[in-house]
Design a binder for this molecule. Sequence first.
Ligand code: CP
Length: 310
Amino acid sequence: HRHLTGIAGLQPHEIMFLLDEAEQWVERNRDRAKSDHRLDGITQINAFFENSTRTLLSFEIAGKRLGADVVNMHAAQSSVKKGETLIDTAMTLNAMRADVIVIRHGSSGAVQLIADKVNCPVLNAGDGWHEHPTQALLDALTIRRRRGDIAGQRIVICGDVLHSRVARSNMLALTALAAEVRVVAPSTLMPAAVDRMAVTPFTDFDAALEGADVVMMLRLQNERMNGAFIPSTREYHLRYGLTPERLQHARPDALVMHPGPMNRGVEISSEVADDTARSAITEQVEMGVAVRMACLDVLTRRARGVEGWA
Ligand code: CP
């Protein structure tokens, strides 16, 4: 089976194909009368070992809108709490004859480990510091719809780049699609591996914002750093918080994005987050459902006997 464990495994034309597939669902989701039954009889298990609002709910809604039988496994209420290993949990899901498994896990590489063990397509809903591919796809779709194209756009990604699977997947996707990507972080939150990516690193947010078409803000991942990487959230906000004043460095029509969940007053001020003329934050959530419908459809095509990419 073909899995979706990361953007790293995709060719640029495959990313574009998934975005094109998602477009049809954006329109059809807005017209709720049009339901689809292509995943009738398919069992989709969402196994979430970390908390989620957007990703879990949108994968559930996406599967249901396509007719799949969707079940959710929350690790906190599962036998993981009794000491069951990840592999044993994966084999248990496999024995229930899942047709597609969606996994979020706190360890980088955990999703690949499960993908190697089960007999169905596996979709990564975020693994540790590694990747969150459907987030990058929904962000790319949002940018393409708002800006007309991704190639040539100056896109600034600012925040806790070190711990962010969203940043990593976005750097891979947006550079593959020929955007000019700038990443901004305090030096303690900038990964050393940034030098191996086709992006330009900055520590000065104002300098990075000059001429920006898109400004994508990231949350400080406090659960992954024990407060060790920044002096205080107040100081962080002063240097790296997106405020209306700071946004003036970007283009007047620059798009503001955030994958959520936001920490208002830390990486983004409420004035910017709630400025509906500039902020695409709720649109990103809407695109998330469409992108996940496309991914579930495309990845299960082979099992359903349908010609296609996977
Ligand atoms: N953006 C995102 O992954 O949000 P959740 O953690 O709520 O799923």
